[in-house]
Design a protein around this ligand. Structure first.
Ligand SMILES: Cc1cc2nc3c(=O)[nH]c(=O)nc-3n(C[C@H](O)[C@H](O)[C@H](O)COP(=O)(O)O)c2cc1C
Length: 218
């Protein structure tokens, strides 16, 4: 069957927040959240800072698993590096029975990826940190859907909803809170421009024009 990421709600050109699970050469599993961009229906792109376990394991094994989940606890435990081993299921890839992979047992879907290319560059001007960044292109070789309603997390819709809530309150709060809302608006706009879809981008623009027409300085 042809690999098609739209089956797990992922569309070309869009970015999603997912959890990557890997296993190191001593057999120790690791889970951490990352942003993933869809290049093609069977191809993804990752941008991973040097220094973590995931990138080390990906460089060693050239394969990894992407877990699609909206479970807040999974994201939190993955970020704090405290996902217990019992939350993972170990598997062997169909084609390479000796190699072990692991996925999050409760993930709505997961897919196996093989690295196509891995380029490393140093970015002194990176807004997050001046360090080596790895740019990874990977092919999706197997998709497993456990929940037909699997929907990957996208930061833009959350940023938009927060901006809408603040918008609905902006005329009933004091001036200091208004300033705070406007700062938050700019941050939501930045996120949506970076990772949002066309509807989310149109929505934040409508909101901006409304705020400007009400006399707010944006
Ligand atoms: C939602 C979310 C998205 C993230 N996206 C990325 C990313 O795209 N690239 C990256 O290098 N780090 C990203 N991080 C930070 C890594 O998850 C973090 O550095 C983590 O400690 C790496 O863990 P590891 O050492 O187990 O690989 C993200 C964190 C969160 C919470």
């Amino acid at each position: 069957m042809e690999i098609d990421l739209t089956e797990v709600g992922m569309h070309k050109g869009q970015q999603y927040e997912i959890i990557i699970t890997t296993i190191d050469k001593d057999g120790k599993s690791n889970a951490a959240p990352f942003g993933l961009r869809v290049l093609e229906n069977n191809e993804i792109f990752l941008r991973i800072f040097e220094g973590g376990n995931t990138i080390k394991n990906i460089k060693e094994n050239k394969e990894f698993i992407v877990n699609v989940t909206a479970d807040p606890l999974m994201f939190t435990l993955a970020t704090t590096n405290t996902i217990p081993e019992e939350y993972l299921t170990r598997i062997s890839k169909k084609t390479k029975s000796n190699e072990k992979l692991a996925y999050l047992t409760d993930a709505d879907a997961y897919f196996i990826c093989e690295v196509i290319s891995l380029k490393t560059s140093f970015r002194e001007d990176d807004p997050i940190k001046a360090t080596e960044i790895n740019f990874i292109k990977a092919e999706v070789v197997e998709i497993n859907i456990k929940n037909k309603c699997a929907k990957p997390i996208n930061r833009a819709i959350h940023a938009l909803i927060e901006a809408l809530v603040n918008y609905s309150r902006i005329n009933i709060v004091d001036e200091k809170t208004q300033e705070y809302f406007l700062e938050r608006f700019l941050e939501s706009e930045r996120i949506i421009k970076r990772v949002g879809n066309e509807k989310e981008k149109e929505s934040i623009q409508i909101l901006k024009e409304n705020l400007i027409s009400q006399g707010f300085d944006l």
